[in-house]
Design a protein around this ligand. Structure first.
Ligand SMILES: NC(=O)c1ccc[n+]([C@@H]2O[C@H](COP(=O)([O-])OP(=O)(O)OC[C@H]3O[C@@H](n4cnc5c(N)ncnc54)[C@H](OP(=O)(O)O)[C@@H]3O)[C@@H](O)[C@H]2O)c1
Length: 278
C-alpha cells in the first residue's frame, strides 16, 4: 500500500464494538467515494482471533466490492497489539512507521468490564487506562497533521458517577497527566483499604473516567503545542455484542467526519455523535 493511503488503527478489533468499528469504517469511508485509499489496521492481542476476524471481515465485505482485492480502495490488515504488553505496542509502532509512514486516526477501543475487587481494579486499569495511555504515548508521534485520536470511554466515564468533591478535582482545567494518575492511584488505595465509598468513589467506571479526562488533557496539550491533532473520548452506548454496529457509530463518526469534527473543541466527550458535557 502506498504511503498516500489514509491509515486508521483500531485496538481490540477482533470482536464486539471494535469489530463493528472496523467494518463500518470500511463501509462509510467507501460510501463517501474518496480518491485516497484507506488502510485499516485491525489490532488484537491474540493473533489467531485477530487473523480470523480480519479474514471474516474480508469475506463479509466481499460482496460490497470495497476492499482492494475486490477492486475497491480499502485494505484491512491485522497487527498484534496487547495493551498490557509494551513490547507489542513498540513492535506495532515500528511496523507502522516502516510500512505506512504514520497514522491518521487512532481508535482506542480495547477495554474490559469493571467487576470489583482490588485485583480486578488493577487488571482493569492496566488495560483501560494505562494500556490506552501507553498506546497513545507510543503512537502519538506517528499521528499526522489533521489526525485524530478517538478513545472509547463509557457513560460511566462521566462526572455523574463521582462525589461533588471528586468531580471538581477531575474537572480542574490545570490537571495534568501526573495529577490525573495520582487521583486514580487514590482510588486504588481507597479500594485496597475499603474506604472508597466514604471517599466518594463509585465501584464502577473510574478507569473510564481516567480515559475521558486523559482525552481532555491530551487535547489541550495538542492545542498548546500547536499540533493539528484532535483527541476525543466517547460513549458507545450500552450495546450487546450482536448490536455492536450501534456502538461503532460515534467512534466512526469521530474518525471520518470532515465537517463538524474538525471545528469541534479538542478533548471533548461525545455521545450519539454530539459533544456533551463531561
Ligand atoms: N458494550 C457496551 O455496552 C459498552 C458500554 C460502554 C463502554 N464500552 C467500551 O467499548 C469498548 C468495546 O467494548 P465491547 O462491548 O466491544 O467489549 P468486548 O466485546 O469485550 O471486546 C473488548 C475488546 O478489547 C480487547 N482487549 C481487552 N483487553 C485487551 C488488551 N489488554 N489488549 C488488547 N486488547 C484487549 C478484547 O480482546 P480479546 O477478545 O482478546 O479479549 C476485545 O477485542 C470497551 O472499551 C468498553 O469498555 C462498551
Amino acid at each position: 500500500m502506498s504511503s498516500a493511503a489514509k491509515i486508521i488503527l483500531v485496538t481490540g478489533g477482533n470482536k464486539g464494538i471494535g469489530y463493528a468499528i472496523v467494518r463500518n469504517l470500511a463501509i462509510n469511508y467507501s460510501n463517501s467515494s474518496p480518491s485516497q485509499p484507506l488502510t485499516i489496521l485491525l489490532t488484537a492481542r491474540n493473533p489467531t482471533l485477530g487473523q480470523n476476524s480480519t479474514e471474516k471481515l474480508n469475506e463479509e465485505l466481499k460482496p460490497k466490492n470495497i476492499l482492494v482485492n475486490d477492486g475497491g480502495n480499502v485494505d484491512l490488515k491485522y497487527l498484534r497489539m496487547d495493551l498490557t504488553d509494551e513490547q507489542s505496542i513498540k513492535d506495532a509502532k515500528e511496523i507502522i512507521e516502516k510500512d505506512y509512514g504514520g497514522l491518521d486516526v487512532l481508535i482506542n477501543n480495547a477495554g474490559m468490564g469493571n467487576a470489583f475487587d482490588i485485583n480486578v481494579v488493577r487488571t482493569t486499569f492496566a488495560t483501560n487506562f494505562y494500556g490506552t495511555l501507553n498506546v497513545i504515548n507510543n503512537l502519538y508521534p506517528l499521528v499526522r497533521p489533521n489526525g485524530r485520536i478517538v478513545n472509547v470511554s463509557s457513560w460511566l466515564g462521566k462526572s455523574h458517577i463521582l462525589s461533588d468533591a471528586l468531580k471538581q478535582e477531575f474537572a480542574k482545567e490545570d490537571l495534568d497527566m501526573d495529577g490525573l494518575i495520582s487521583l486514580l492511584k487514590r482510588f486504588e488505595n481507597a479500594v485496597e483499604k475499603d474506604t472508597y465509598i466514604q471517599e466518594g468513589w463509585p465501584p464502577y467506571g473510574v478507569s473510564k473516567v481516567g480515559v475521558s479526562i486523559m482525552s481532555r488533557i491530551l487535547g489541550q496539550r495538542a492545542d498548546k503545542e500547536g499540533k493539528n491533532i484532535k483527541v476525543f473520548a466517547c460513549d458507545p452506548g450500552w450495546v450487546k455484542t450482536d448490536m455492536a454496529d450501534q456502538g461503532a457509530e460515534t467512534p466512526v463518526y469521530l474518525a471520518l467526519d470532515e465537517d463538524v469534527v474538525p471545528k469541534s473543541q479538542n478533548g471533548t466527550f461525545w455521545k450519539d455523535c454530539k459533544a456533551v458535557e463531561w
